[in-house]
Each structure stands twice: as C-alpha cells, then as structure tokens.
Design a binder for this molecule. Structure first.
Ligand SMILES: *Cc1c(COP(=O)(O)O)cnc(C)c1O
Length: 401
C-alpha cells in the first residue's frame, strides 16, 4: 500500500517487524506529525520534544519558512549533479562562508562530512603524513574513517580492521596531545563540545593549545561541528565561542533543519588540495537541500534565533542550577547554548521513560547523562514546562534510591 492510512502505532510496528532491519532500539511509538517543539503520535498523544531529531530539527518540527522554501524549490528543480552550477548551492555556500569562513564542499550527512575532511587533511599533508589525532568519548559517525576517529571501543567491536594511523587522547588534556603529535600528523580532529559523548565542553585554553600544536607540526585543526554548528551553541558555529579558528569544520545535523545535508568548510588555502576528481558526492549540494539550508540560515537571522538560543540557555541554566542545589543526584550541569547535559550520580535512562509518560521527550547518553538538544527557537514557556517535568521526574528518582 502506498497511500497513507490511519494506522495505530502497533500496526506500523508490525510492518517494521516484517520489512525493516531491526538494527535500532526504537520506542514503541509511531510519530505522525510535528509543529514547533511538539510532535504527535499515531494515537493522537502530544509530546513536548526537547531532543527533536537528535539535534537535526534545529528549528523544531516543520518550520514554515523552510517548508515553503522546500515546496518552491521542489517544484523548480529537485536534483542536478555537480557537473552543473546551481544558484542554490552558490547562495548557501556564500551564506555559510560569510557567517563563518572558507569554502564549502557539500555532502549529505555528518559521517560523510568527516570522511571528506579526513581525506582533505591527508591530501593536504602529503605522502607519509597520514596520522590523525582524535579524542576519547568522541563521536564522528558510522562509516569507516568516521568510525575509526570515534574514540569509543564499543563502536569498534567486531568490524575491524579499522583505518591505520589514528590515535586518541583524553579531552582537555593538552599534554597527552603533545605526546601523540609528530611530524607525520595530518590533523587533530575535535568536537568543540562533545555531544553524544555526554556534553563535554572543550576549554578555551585547550582549543588554543591544539591550534598552537597543529601550527607547530604543520598539521591541520579540524572541528567536528556536525552538532555544534548552525546556531546550536548561540553563535553561528561552535568555534566562535572561543578565539580559535579551525582549518576545516564539518557540518550536518541542523544544517538544513532536518533535510539531509552535510558540508565541510575549509580555508581557501587548504581547499586547494581538493582538486577535481579527488572527491565527490552525487547527491551533495542538491538544490532541494541547499534551499532548505538557506531558508534555515535566513530564519535564524530574521527571527533573532542566536539571541533566543543564548537567552533560553540562561533560562535552562537557572532552572537546573536551582534543581541541582536541591537534588544531590545531579552531579554536574554542562550547558553551552542548546546543548544541555545533566550528569547524574545514577543511571539516566529511567528518566527518559518517566519523562515520556509525562509527555516530554529527552535523551540519555553515556549511562548517567540526561541530555537535551532543544530547538533554538524554543519558547520560554516550553523551557519552563520541560524543566518542571524533569524536576518532577528527578525528585521521584531521588526518592526511590
Ligand atoms: C551525529 C554526529 C555525527 C554523525 O552524523 P551522521 O549524519 O549520523 O552521519 C558526526 N559528528 C558529530 C559531532 C555528531 O554529533
């Protein structure tokens, strides 16, 4: 059946059991519609989603200006390959470069942007300089270079051999990087704020230390901004929270507000090493994704969403500082913009289910971290409502121990 019918979540789950490879742990809920920070399931239950789309839905669900741009572009031109020029790709590259730096290469996902960035770094470094330094608890994606760069053994199990030349250092430990780096190091790859790893924020001193080390060894500094990019931290890009500019940064997730799009930006000097024929993506930079990306960027600007992100970040901080003072099960609070982690002294997973029962969607990562990636256009009322539910749930969990 190709026509959409009103089905229960259970019926859709039945279809999945027959036809979809069961490689994901899924909640037994089928989502059918969303608007702003809210999403509805097949049974008509409404949820406040403070983790929409794993961070891809940076403007929440179906933001009207992005929807309009997609509709308009789809009617004109959905896809043309990179053997041609399109206005949409040029315009979006200009938009990103003028808010950040450099020149763009477009692809379709975070992992692909990492693959491309690593390839560019090795091409730029030249023969015999292939080593990459990344970090423990990092997450860079599931394809082989991105997977190898990901400093978490659990993701490496059973699929080796991985790529050669990767080393891992603890985050915010400059001395460890100094020990690993040498003149065969093509690049240092780091998330300015580790997302999946538990909202671990790099200190400014660490990032500027990495910049100095990279310079001293003629290596490149790559920031994985797949999660921190596109306004998530309260500035256009995460690197703008510090005074450290990378040579390459990778983007995806929120880049086109949920339409599949990825990119890396490289300084014009470094970008020269990506000569015609060295790298490509058939879908990359297609007009539909580019129109969605440009509309995302313009919405952020027109609606002053970087400021909203900063203000709502302070609002979350206020609520959670108060709660932390009350509940010793909150060990640490880590916030940058709309990346929020509550590191608990107990497992965080039960909180996700309890929040869901109360109509709130959140995430748990690294066992003990309750994690939020709210859309950057979240309202004060939604922040207050979400925090009240989390307070309720954590109080209940504190009583149970
Ligand atoms: C999600 C993520 C990736 C991988 O992105 P995919 O689109 O799933 O391939 C890479 N890096 C970071 C920092 C991420 O958060």
């Amino acid at each position: 059946m190709t026509t959409q019918t009103a089905r229960s979540s259970q019926e859709t789950i039945g279809v999945f059991e027959k036809y979809v490879i069961p490689n994901y742990g899924r909640y037994p809920i089928c989502l059918v519609r969303g608007e702003g920070s809210h999403v509805w399931d097949a049974e008509g239950k409404r949820y406040l989603d403070l983790f929409p789309g794993w961070g891809c839905n940076i403007l929440g669900y179906s933001p009207p200006k992005v929807v309009a741009a997609i509709q308009e572009q789809a009617a004109k031109l959905i896809h043309v390959p990179n053997t041609w020029y399109t206005e949409a790709q040029g315009d979006f590259a200009e938009f990103l470069s003028t808010r950040g730096f450099g020149q763009a290469f477009f692809c379709n996902s975070g992992a692909e942007s990492i693959e491309g960035a690593i390839k560019l770094a090795r091409l730029h470094a030249g023969e015999g300089r292939h080593k990459i330094i990344s970090f423990e608890h990092s997450f860079h994606g599931r394809t082989f270079a991105a997977l190898t760069a990901t400093g978490q053994p659990k993701y490496h199990e059973g699929v080796g051999p991985l790529l050669a030349g990767f080393r891992y250092a603890p985050l915010n430990d400059l001395a460890a990087v100094e020990d690993l780096i040498d003149d065969e190091t093509a690049a240092i790859l780091v998330e300015p704020v580790q997302g999946e790893g538990g909202v671990n924020i790099c200190t400014d001193a660490f990032l500027s230390g990495l910049r100095d080390l990279a310079n001293a060894h003629n290596s490149l500094l790559i920031f994985d901004e797949v999660q921190t990019g596109m306004g998530r931290t309260g500035t256009w890009f995460g690197y703008q929270q510090s005074n450290v500019q990378p040579d390459i940064m990778t983007l995806a997730k929120g880049l086109a507000a949920g339409v599949a799009a990825g990119a890396f930006m490289a300084t014009a000097e470094v970008a020269k090493s990506l000569k015609p024929g060295t790298h490509a993506s058939t879908f990359g930079g297609n007009p539909l994704a580019m129109a969605a990306g440009l509309a995302t960027g313009r919405t952020i600007e027109e609606d002053n969403l970087l400021e909203n992100c900063q203000e709502m970040s302070q609002r979350f901080r206020g609520h959670f500082e108060t709660l932390k003072a009350e509940l010793p099960i909150i060990g640490e609070l880590r916030i940058q913009g709309m990346m929020i982690g509550l590191d608990l002294t107990i497992p965080a997973t039960p909180a996700v289910g309890k929040c869901m029962e109360r109509g709130l969607l959140v995430n748990a990562t690294h066992d003990t971290v309750l994690r939020l990636l709210p859309p950057i256009n979240v309202s004060a009322e939604e922040v207050d409502e979400g925090c009240a539910i989390i307070a309720d749930v954590l109080r209940e969990m504190a009583e149970e121990i």
